[in-house]
Write a protein that binds this ligand. Structure first.
Ligand code: T1G
Length: 698
């Protein structure tokens, strides 16, 4: 093997006869940071005319997975990626690229700027910038259409999906698929160029098949599908320039890219990208774990069958326990329906579904849990029932088995006290539907052992969920904050807004679904039982109670979708506001002597978000959540909070602590008990700290 020369820390070159090899080695994903960009230019210059063909490949687990996202929002350092790629494309010596792992974003754009692309078996390509609130800003919107046509390019750019090598070959995005080690393939492919067995060409010399109608329809489609999002529209606007000479098209692309870069949406989506990774980048998620070869689930209801489905889809055998045959049959039927749904959505093959179902062992005997590694209890949200079950599990389960509760609110320590092994107990709080929702709150009990906690995070990874560490309190991170801000919805309705206006205003803010529609979906009986439980435990007499309207709706047996009636009426897939709810609201207002006032949508959003941020700040302040980013990820992955806003506390930084304190003090004039300034916010307002700063402190 020829001698290798380092150009800098991340770029080296080698020469084998007439073939020059450029290797990028910038772990973890060979992102095109400044050193890679400069190194590529220096390598090209160093090679000069000493070779007849140049091959670019990467070391490590993947080809370039994009520009370095960590550089975004900072002052850009030269050379820019577009300049580097244009120089590579303009090289008189043919340059080819060899893709392994994933060629994404700027990585695929690098490959598109070379004169031929070879993918190694199993490789994938993609332009996922739209998922970061951006667009391909180094030629992807201009070069991909020239190689693969408009429909495919628009699909790849707007979906952000990863395209398997085989499809990329069919679409002309790559020229060949080979197998072997990247360097060996690079050398072999380069020699094929010299031998005339692999043709090369400059993408810029090609013409994209252009259809203005496709552009028009796509633009209308993205505006309808994502009315809030800026970057999908900019993506189409950039691609629309691909019928111009490349230089001009690149100018349009650059302007669209800059427009996206300046939006808060870009900041929110990049916060979500790194946040999703940061929540498991904590000491508690690391270290030894216990086996997860077989799991027991107690309860075949909505949650139990969803959790079981999630485990089976991850290839983990499950023993499902119910108390009666009817409940067991219902559980198995729901699991089968969930898996069938996954097949019809293309999430899994029919063969995989059958294999998953074969790993399901339904049973009426809790004793059958003696040999499982983990038990997840998912029964009725009643402390007595859970205590009884954990007492039994303590006598049945093998030593070292982990005992977990899927409780949504209750005190995991009180449940653990029912066993002789509280160190083996934790909360694993899934979200409905549990085989779809990606959030898993991992609740650390006072005595939970480190390897039990780490196993919780290992399970989250296996189930492709986002595990977030939470400490014990009523409702943990998500439901505790929900419990607080959902009162604002009730107060707004009591004070003059309609449930529909509140829903519309918050959907306008970007929520996937307004709170009253969410209540109807989840079942208004759940909220009702929770309010009853809190009443039994004793409500704060000074606190304003906002549950009157919701209680009366539930007491009429209107539980929402499952009864066809709630805040909305549901018929034939359509939903309209339930006029009888208005009557109830008027009755309650009259009884409480409330004169309704009008609210603007902005006021509704401000109150809702200020309430959410207040309680979220208290959750960080008292350590229930480790950092603000943990709260943000809970809301992105468990509560339908708009991803482009990054999460409640990322969003809070766009308002600022001072303004938030001012708002709360203003609202407190109406209700000093509900609106209280969290100490953390007051301190942040005083010293100018942001939640982003607190994330850095970790
Ligand atoms: N920049 C910086 N860091 C990155 C990165 C990137 N592009 N991609 C990944 N990382 C970090 C990540 O934070 C983590 O760090 C580690 O690498 C492993 O990642 C001009 C504008 C490649 C499929 O959007 O989708 O190019 O947590 O845990 O599950 O047009 O990472 O260990 O400290 O995700 O195996 C476009 C983003 C950029 C791809 C691997 N590219 N990355 O997944 O590992 S914009 C992307 C991914 C752009 C140009 C534009 C995935 C992956 P840490 P990981 P993984």
């Amino acid at each position: 093997m020829a001698e290798t020369t380092s150009i800098n820390d991340v770029i080296s070159i080698g020469q084998e006869g007439d073939v020059a090899l450029i290797c990028i080695d910038n772990p973890p994903v060979n992102a095109t940071g400044q050193a890679v960009r400069q190194g590529l230019l220096d390598a090209m210059a160093r090679i000069g005319t000493s070779a007849k063909v140049i091959a670019i490949y990467c070391a490590g687990r993947t080809f370039v997975a994009g520009a370095d996202i960590k550089e975004f929002g900072k002052t850009p350092l030269p050379p820019s990626l577009p300049d580097v790629l244009n120089q590579i494309e303009d090289s008189e010596i043919p340059v080819i690229s060899v893709i392994h792992g994933t060629a994404l974003g700027g990585g695929l754009e690098l490959a598109l700027a070379t004169h031929a692309r070879v993918a190694i078996e199993g490789a994938k390509i993609g332009l996922p910038e739209v998922l970061l609130g951006l667009l391909p800003g180094a030629g992807g919107t201009q070069r991909l259409p020239r190689l693969s046509g408009l429909p495919f390019s628009l699909d790849v750019i707007l979906s952000g999906r990863q395209v398997p090598a085989k499809e990329a070959l069919e679409k002309g995005a790559v020229d060949r698929v080979m197998s072997g080690e990247p360097r060996d393939v690079a050398l072999a492919a380069a020699q094929d160029v010299l031998a005339g067995k692999l043709s090369t060409r400059k993408t810029k010399d090609l013409t994209a098949e252009y259809d203005a109608k496709v552009i028009e329809e796509t633009l209308a489609g993205v505006k309808k599908k994502n009315p809030h999002l800026i970057s999908p529209v900019k993506c189409v606007e950039a691609v629309a320039a691909c019928n111009k000479p490349l230089e001009e098209g690149l100018k349009v692309e650059r302007q669209c890219f800059i427009d996206c870069m300046q939006t808060p949406q870009r900041a929110g989506l990049i916060h979500a990208f790194f946040g999703e990774r940061a929540v498991s980048n904590i000491p508690e998620a690391k270290g030894d774990t216990r086996p997860l070869d077989k799991i027991g689930v107690i309860g075949g209801g909505t949650m139990g069958s969803g959790i079981t489905t999630s485990c089976l889809m991850a290839g983990i055998p499950v023993r499902l326990i119910e108390v009666a045959q009817e409940g067991l049959d219902r559980g198995v039927a729901t699991i089968t329906k969930n898996l069938d749904g996954a097949v019809s959505r293309g999430k899994m093959s029919a063969e995989k579904r059958d294999a998953a179902l074969a790993m399901l062992e339904p049973s009426l005997a809790m004793e059958d849990l003696a040999d499982v590694d983990l038990v997840i209890e998912a029964v009725f949200e009643k402390m007595e029932i859970k205590k009884e079950i954990f007492g039994k599990l303590d006598t049945i389960c093998k030593k070292g088995a982990i005992l977990a509760s899927n409780t949504s609110y209750l005190d995991v320590n009180k449940i653990a006290e029912m066993t002789s092994r509280p160190e083996d107990v934790l909360g694993l709080h899934f979200f409905s539907p549990a085989h779809v929702m990606r959030l898993l709150e991992i609740v650390q009990g006072a005595k939970t052992a480190p390897d039990v906690l780490a196993t919780g995070f290992a399970l989250a990874k296996r189930l492709k969920k986002v595990g977030v560490l939470a400490q014990v309190c009523d409702g943990f991170i998500g439901n505790r904050i929900l419990g607080h801000y959902s009162k604002v919805n009730a107060f707004l309705v009591l004070d003059g807004a309609s449930p529909q206006q509140v829903d519309d205003a918050l959907e306008g803010f970007g929520l996937a679904m307004g709170p009253h529609k969410v209540g109807d979906l989840a079942g208004l009986d759940i909220g009702y039982m929770n309010r009853q439980r809190m009443k039994e435990e004793g409500l704060d007499p000074n606190a304003r109670y906002g549950g009157d309207v919701a209680d009366r709706i539930a007491e009429k047996g209107w539980y929402g979708r499952k009864t066809g009636k709630g805040y909305y009426l549901y018929d034939a897939g359509r939903s309209v506001p339930n006029p009888e709810v208005e009557t109830i609201i008027d009755e309650v207002r009259a009884e409480k002597g409330i004169t309704p006032q009008s609210f603007t949508d902005e006021e509704i959003v401000d109150r809702y978000m200020t309430a959410m941020i207040s309680e979220a700040a208290r959750v960080v302040e008292d350590g229930t959540a480790k950092r603000p980013v943990d709260v943000d990820m809970v809301f992105l992955f468990g509560y339908g909070f708009p991803r482009f806003r990054g999460g409640p506390l990322h969003y809070a930084d766009t308002i600022g602590a001072e303004e938030l304190v001012r708002r709360i003090e203003a609202y407190a004039k109406e209700d000093p008990n509900y609106w209280q300034v969290p100490e953390l916010l007051r301190k942040m307002a005083a010293d100018g700290t942001t939640f982003a700063d607190l994330n850095k402190e970790g």
